[in-house]
Design a protein around this ligand. Structure first.
Ligand code: SAM
Ligand code: SF4
Length: 472
């Protein structure tokens, strides 16, 4: 794999003002470059999902506004923050091993733990790693300026762990690390209670941002040259505008897509329960809405879905897929699947495999079930052995690989619009994404394509990408 974003946004035509390290995209607000540095530098390492990655961009914005300077190595940082994930045990272990490595770095460096593991372990982190000065869950990020002020005054064991909130994390500045695609959180937290999942315990209750705040951010991003926006939320399609405008998710999609300069709008992650036909109709109707839906199914077996508390059956899920299959545009569909949930029999697993065939996914993130603290599934009987989980995962991944090869091979000969986001010097190839989020590697006689939309004719296909040449 190439380093996709190894070329800074300042090198992209028409986007000179948004250097990925330290700039704000917030036109109309003060430029962070005018804030005198306070002499302190920071480094954030992010674990986990796209929401965490974007939270880190917002946290970085808060720090830049306080006069901190971003550095790209923790060696050179006065403040080191870990934005953590606890969705699976492995992710949580990784964070603790990182904290162990920092044992002798304090007091020269201030160490902070943010995100899901911070919320899950709370002040226990100070006991396990007394060299940590700050512990803050994502539901308390709005308090970061106040918490940072305490840390700067030499405060130890500073914490932000309130979970019960109706507020969202609004920042004046956001550092944009991706020069091609910009992220906007539209909904935080989660009100579902899937029996395997820590998110409701770590990110708090669902709360949507006001549509004016979201649209203002989209307009500023467009003014700064971004043409692709991804709307984020753990259950993005449960969006309900809390302002008097009262937009629903489709209403918001339509308005974001209408922002001048925005050519592509994506969104993730959709919960099947809130996935309505109107979403498919809007995508069919509005070219700026990307023809890709990520709709995590988790299992193809209705009894397992019930035990997971997913609130839909296999048939109900497949009915929603049938709306997508019937659409005028050819959507790509991706999903998340968990294998080895407690009580999952060979028959249940077989139903997941047949569901993969019935949907014809273009990509699947598959995971072995990992028991998590405070979740209902940990107390469920009939745990599946680790080796059996591994066996099922390997079978599922191979089945899905074959599906992807077959689907991608059908694309040979077709031409797609690709937004170019990477360069592979050694292969003399460019890479980018279609509206359906397919990875395309291609050749071109042109010298400078990053950030441009080009037409690519597909000549070859493999499981995870398609390849071709630019149509000049
Ligand atoms: N909110 C999204 C949804 O409802 O599908 C997903 C959020 S979660 C961050 C991403 C994925 O991690 C889930 O879709 C699920 O497949 C997986 N996941 C969550 N908890 C897990 C667990 N305890 N063990 C294994 N995988 C898990
Ligand atoms: Fe977790 Fe379920 Fe909420 Fe998704 S919908 S974040 S899987 S509890």
């Amino acid at each position: 794999m190439s380093k996709t974003f190894d070329i800074g946004i300042e090198t992209l035509a028409g986007k000179p003002q948004a250097a990925p390290q330290a700039s704000s995209e917030e036109a109309g607000a003060r430029d962070v470059s005018t804030i005198p540095p306070n002499g302190k530098s920071f480094y954030i390492e992010t674990f986990g999902c796209q929401m965490n990655a974007h939270d880190s961009e917002k946290v970085a914005g808060v720090l830049l506004e306080r006069g901190y300077r971003a550095v790209d190595s923790l060696m050179h940082a006065d403040l080191v923050l870990y934005n953590t994930c606890s969705i699976r045990e492995k992710a949580a272990q990784k964070v603790f091993s990182r904290l162990g490595e920092m044992r002798y770095a304090a007091p020269r460096k201030v160490i902070g733990v943010l995100g899901c593991l911070a919320q899950q372990e709370g002040e226990e982190i100070f006991e396990r790693a007394p060299w940590v000065s700050l512990v803050c869950g994502s539901a308390s990020y709005r308090r970061l300026p106040e918490l940072m002020a305490q840390v700067e005054e030499g405060g130890r064991r500073v914490s932000g762990l309130d979970l019960d909130t109706e507020e969202t994390f609004e920042t004046e500045f956001t550092r944009r690390d991706n020069p091609i695609r910009a992220y906007i959180t539209i909904i935080e937290g989660c009100d579902y209670a899937c029996s395997y999942c820590v998110v409701p315990h770590t990110r708090g209750p669902e709360r949507s941002r006001a549509s004016d705040a979201v649209l203002g951010e989209a307009r500023r991003l467009a003014d700064h040259g971004y043409s692709e926006i991804q709307l984020l939320g753990q259950t993005v399609n449960s969006y309900r505008d809390p302002s008097p405008r009262g937009l629903d998710f489709v209403g918001l999609l339509r308005e974001v897509a209408a922002v001048e300069g925005i050519r592509r709008v994506r969104f993730t992650t959709s919960h099947p329960n809130d996935f309505h036909r109107a979403i498919v109709e809007a995508i069919d109707e509005i070219p700026a809405l990307c023809d890709h839906v990520h709709l995590p199914v988790q299992s193809g077996s209705t009894p397992i879905l019930r035990a997971m508390r997913r609130t839909y059956t296999r048939d109900e899920y497949l009915e929603k897929i049938s709306w997508i299959h019937a659409a005028r545009r050819a959507f790509s569909i991706t999903s998340d699947v968990i294998v080895g949930f407690p009580g999952e029999t060979e028959q249940d697993f077989e139903e997941t495999l047949t569901l993969l065939d019935a949907v014809g996914y273009d990509g699947v993130f598959s995971f072995k079930y990992s028991p998590r603290p405070n979740t209902a599934a940990t107390a469920m009987p009939d745990a599946v052995l680790e080796e059996e989980k591994s066996r099922r995962l390997a079978i599922l991944m191979e089945r899905q690989r074959q599906i992807q090869i077959a689907r991608n091979e059908k694309l040979v000969g077709a031409t797609f619009e690709v937004l170019v986001d990477g360069r592979h010097e050694s292969r003399d190839q460019w890479s980018g994404r279609t509206s359906g989020n397919r990875l395309v590697n291609f050749t071109s006689p042109r010298q400078s394509l990053l950030g441009e939309y080009v037409q690519v004719r597909i000549t070859r296909a493999s499981a995870n990408s398609i390849a071709g040449e630019q149509v000049i």
